[in-house]
Design a protein around this ligand. Structure first.
Ligand SMILES: Nc1ncnc2c1ncn2[C@@H]1O[C@H](COP(=O)(O)OP(=O)(O)OP(=O)(O)O)[C@@H](O)[C@H]1O
Length: 607
């Protein structure tokens, strides 16, 4: 029998107490930051570095030109290289940015940005040294008049402080920007997801160009727009979003009397609102904010929540993508029969402004079987994991897609793509790994409304398409029997079978092109029976002399013994056009500018 375990005394326990550095904590709990496996580690590292590159370019107002290289080194060690053309990082800050967790420029600012916590890239550095034992290389330059610096850095986990293994001035052909090289143990099992992450990033950042070298394969995600993003501006906290601890900290740092303190420290608070808040709290306007007792602070915080304060202005601190660019971004990477996008008006949850954007793609090259492709984004960053735990997925499942003519099994099924983007000054993630959005009713309502609007758009498209398919089928059936009728009638009245192409063109709503030669005059006529204006190019290749054609060709090329003539024609719906020339009518004609299915070409000289 094992000897009984002696319980520890309070003194013995006291000896074991010690503080834990945040780096030690995350070294043990790396799954919280998205480094739960080597497969996922590579996706998270790339994501953190690219998000930072995009954020930095956005802050500097430059069009992002990003290079990503992923190289297999020896064994299962991989090297990730990310280089950007952002503003660079000043040399004094480089060790902290990469060698200290919870260090960053965005945590204290209220505005939309990809990074928030100041933990992402240093967590990747920590993961690298943990799995490969290798430090991270950083090169950065802040302008043409400044030298570039090269660092090798790792993190002292016991203290969460940077350890600089190498620092030197260096030459670099970029005028400004940052390059990092991180080596860690991984695999390329997640290759598909990695490419998907990059594709999704490119869709919601249509102003970015990302050049990729992925283990020997070159991929380019080019930009669809040359407009840099207007960087969102930081705003003051909104009274409805302030918690007691935060209020205590802000008040302690103020030298102003309460009324001025409220007006100057919070967004959307004017003198009238400040008076209302102070009235509700029962506090005097000239009392100094820094002298408030804990009781006064608690009353003030409650009054701030109760007072009617206009919602924060989302336009200034948020940067939605916009309907046109979402569609451009999607259509650059996917092919659809139909695509529609919506940007909802700015809204607020717990005092934090947010905007929901959504898009739907249907048909085209989307897979016709299985559940819809769902693309979730927060502040222009793709959310690649934990789809089932995300409030966005819950909203998609709760919409009744059948009312919009889409089959559904929880999620919609069929050739459907859904994109949802939540942009906020404070995206409520379910964890530090920023994979899923928490269930916040105000956000869920906006997502659902956006999806319903898109569902209605799709339904309109589908019913129009079905109607035009029906009309076309009917027209096709009629056209199929016209030649027979024409033949029968001509037999009865003993006349030659007439040219039925104009009737066919009229019924099928097509462009009818006819070529006919009579007494040495060739006539080519075009009749637009479609419902739209057409911009057409007519090519004639023949040995007949085209130089004297009426009207004149815009271009004639001699290709002995043939000539080719080109005519540019704009034909309004219902309009017709003709060209004539002398000759035998040999050769061929070709018409561009109209879908093959929408034209009937009849060469009467050959019939
Ligand atoms: N490529 C870069 N160019 C310029 N500055 C950068 C770059 N990468 C990081 N930084 C700076 O380093 C800081 C820390 O980056 P880090 O990735 O650790 O956190 P974050 O992006 O602020 O937040 P999160 O942890 O949510 O990703 C950033 O806030 C930014 O100021």
């Amino acid at each position: 029998m094992a000897p009984p375990v002696k319980p520890a005394s309070a003194d013995e326990l006291a000896k074991q107490q010690r503080s834990i550095s945040v780096a030690e904590f995350f070294e043990k709990n790396k799954h919280l930051l998205g480094f739960d496996s080597p497969t996922r580690g590579i996706v998270t590292t790339v994501k953190e570095a690219i998000d930072n590159a995009l954020d930095a370019c956005e802050e500097a107002g430059v069009l992002p030109d990003i290079y990503l290289g992923i190289f297999r080194m020896e064994g299962d060690i991989f090297k990730v290289v990310v280089e950007d053309n952002g503003p660079g990082i000043v040399p004094d800050n480089i060790p902290y940015v990469f060698g200290k967790l919870l260090y960053g420029s965005r945590f204290h600012q209220i505005r939309q940005s990809r990074g928030q916590q100041g933990i992402g890239i240093s967590a990747a550095v920590l993961y690298a040294q943990l799995t490969s034992g290798r430090p991270t290389l950083v090169i950065s330059r802040c302008g043409s008049d400044r030298p570039a610096y090269r660092f090798r850095i790792q993190i002292k986990t016991e203290t969460n402080e940077p350890e600089i293994l190498e620092k030197e001035e260096t030459t670099w052909d970029r005028i400004h920007g940052t390059r990092i090289e991180i080596e860690f143990k991984s695999s390329l099992t997640a290759r598909k997801r990695l490419v998907e992450y990059l594709r999704y990033t490119s869709v919601v950042n249509p102003h970015a160009r990302i050049r990729v070298e992925l283990d020997g394969e070159a991929i380019l995600f080019d930009r669809a727009s040359d407009e840099p993003i207007i960087p969102p501006q930081a705003i003051l906290p909104h009274p409805h979003g302030v918690e007691l601890g935060e209020l205590k900290r802000i008040a302690a740092g103020s030298t102003e009397p309460l009324e001025l303190f409220l007006v100057n420290s919070f967004s959307r608070v004017g003198q009238k609102t400040a008076t209302e808040i102070l009235g509700l709290a029962g506090l005097k306007p000239n009392k100094k904010a820094s002298t408030l007792s804990p009781d006064d602070l608690a009353k003030l915080q409650v009054a701030m929540q109760q007072a009617k304060v206009p919602p924060p202005l989302g336009g200034q601190c948020l940067s939605p993508i916009g309907e046109v660019l979402i569609r451009q971004g999607l259509e650059k990477e996917y092919e659809f029969d139909f695509c529609s996008a919506r940007t909802r008006p700015a809204s607020v949850y717990h005092g934090h402004p947010f905007i929901v954007e959504a898009a739907i793609g249907y048909g085209g090259k989307l897979e016709s079987e299985g559940t819809a492709r769902i693309m979730r984004f927060a502040n222009r960053v793709p959310l690649m994991y934990q789809q089932g735990a995300c409030a966005i997925t819950g909203c998609i499942s709760s919409v009744n897609w059948k009312t919009y003519s889409i089959s559904q099994s929880g999620l919609p099924t069929g050739p459907v793509l859904l994109l949802i983007h939540v942009a906020s000054t404070n995206v409520p993630f379910t964890s530090e790994s920023k994979d899923a959005i928490a269930s916040i009713p105000d956000i869920e309502r906006e997502v659902t409304l956006a999806l319903q609007e898109l569902g209605r758009d799709l339904k309109t498209f589908l019913s129009r398409r079905d109607k035009s398919r029906q009309t076309e089928e009917r027209a096709r059936a009629i056209c199929a029997i016209i030649p027979e009728i024409a033949e029968k009638i001509s037999e009865t009245i003993e006349k030659p079978v007439p040219d039925i192409s104009p009737i066919e063109g009229q019924i099928m709503k097509r462009l009818v092109a006819k070529k006919k030669t009579e007494n040495g005059t060739v006539t080519i006529s075009l009749q637009n029976y479609t419902a739209h204006a057409l911009d057409l190019t007519l090519y004639i290749i023949t040995s007949d002399d085209l130089k004297k054609a009426e009207p004149e060709a815009v271009f004639i090329e001699e290709m002995d013994p043939d000539h080719s003539g080109v005519w540019q024609i704009r034909l309004a719906a219902g309009e017709n056009w003709r060209v004539t020339y002398q000759g035998t009518g040999n050769g061929m004609i070709d018409i561009r500018g109209v879908d093959e299915k929408k034209k009937v070409v009849v060469d009467l000289d050959r019939s």
